[in-house]
Write a protein that binds this ligand. Sequence first.
Ligand SMILES: [Zn+2]
Length: 130
Amino acid sequence: MTEASPRTFVHDVCNGSTEMPADQVQGRLTNPHGYNDWVYCRKCDGYVARRECRWDSTGENLAEFFDRAKTAAAPPTESKGVLAAPLVLAALGWAIGRFVLGGDEYSVIGLLVGFGVGVLLLVLRKYGLR
Ligand SMILES: [Zn+2]
């Protein structure tokens, strides 16, 4: 992050300029996936689409500017907790089979079903379902 980063942008619809707080600019550049497509326009006194705005200093469209940061930054990493899902569900399945259904044979079935569901969830996530 340098001091030269653009700060003031012009909203093309109302032609008003707004200074984006430095922490906003920095946050959007370092964590581009954590922000949506709206920016605050002082003149409109509300949130407006990024693509309707451009930096005062460079004339670059804000949407393009931040999309470039988004492309450069890796998507957020999956939390490790998600990977434990099959194990947690397997343990849950085992417990249900063992104590609710009341039998060792059920505990094994529950364990396998729980593990299977957990793996299925991971596979679905991998293909973009949430
Ligand atoms: Zn505006």
